[in-house]
Design a protein around this ligand. Structure first.
Ligand SMILES: *[C@@H]1O[C@H](CO)[C@@H](O)[C@H](O)[C@H]1NC(C)=O
Length: 245
């Protein structure tokens, strides 16, 4: 149930499918009522271990001047603790990633979980600047048919991009917004921003505290601290995710 909710919330950020197929009409109507843009379900979603044992997942940074840090990725089933739920408090591991770009606490939390299959952190190639893509070959196991992913937008206090409990389904395209982990106020001071925009100003990365308390769609960059709004603000979606065989 939690996972389904996650999927619906995520769908608000515009989920669409490249390939047309016959979806069950009731499902489509219900989804439309929830203001999602899921157009179809892939035919293969209910068929178990197809996809030749793997799915290629491509992440593209769609933002200007907001590079992404390391990606934390896991495949899992519906019993797994959600990586994040919009409206809920961030976990300690997500807080750590969203404020510092560091996936190590999430690896500790999810690696060796009975409900997770593939668990990894992708560090090679970081940071991923606007226009850059990361392409991952994710093992497909019918016991772990969902994927969750998070990566920090590193020129912010605590913005991250991600997916929480989305079916691994070739043909699925997701447009995801930037989320605020709610763990650190957006003071936009370089003393609390780890990204390259602050390299010449401060290499500190203090937790500024005073977080909003829940994961929500990020409000953007307002130029209230050391960096300008014209330089670092963005519009959503922030990340495109494309799944293929
Ligand atoms: C997860 O734990 C195993 C050992 O149990 C280790 O080999 C693997 O590298 C760990 N995964 C990550 C992403 O650190």
């Amino acid at each position: 149930m939690k996972l389904l909710l996650n999927f619906i919330v995520l769908s608000l950020s515009a989920v669409s499918l490249a390939a047309a197929s016959a979806a069950e009409p009731g499902l489509r109507r219900r989804r439309r009522d929830q203001m999602t843009t899921v157009l179809t379900e892939p035919d293969s979603a209910d068929e178990g271990p197809v996809f030749g044992g793997k799915v290629t997942v491509k992440f593209t940074n769609e933002a200007f001047q907001q590079p992404f840090g390391p990606f934390f990725v896991l495949t899992h089933n519906t019993d797994e603790t959600p990586l994040f739920t919009v409206g809920d408090e961030a976990s300690a591991g997500l807080k750590h990633l969203a404020e510092n770009g560091d996936p190590s606490m999430l690896i500790e939390a999810y690696n060796n979980s009975a409900h997770a299959g593939y668990v990894d952190a992708i560090v090679a190639g970081v940071p991923f600047f606007g226009g850059d893509s990361l392409e991952l070959t994710v093992p497909y196991d019918e016991d772990f048919p969902y994927i969750s992913v998070v990566s920090m937008a590193i020129n912010t206090n605590d913005c991250f991009v991600g997916l929480s409990g989305v079916p691994l389904a070739p043909g699925l395209v997701v447009e995801a917004p930037g989320y605020d982990s709610g763990t650190e106020e957006n003071n936009e001071l370089c003393s609390s921003i780890p990204g390259p925009a602050c390299a010449g100003v401060s290499s500190d990365n203090e937790a500024s505290g005073n977080g909003e308390g829940f994961v929500h769609v990020h409000r953007g960059f307002f130029g209230v601290g050391d960096l300008s709004q014209s330089g670092y603000d963005w519009r959503n979606p922030m990340m495109k995710v494309e799944m293929s065989l």
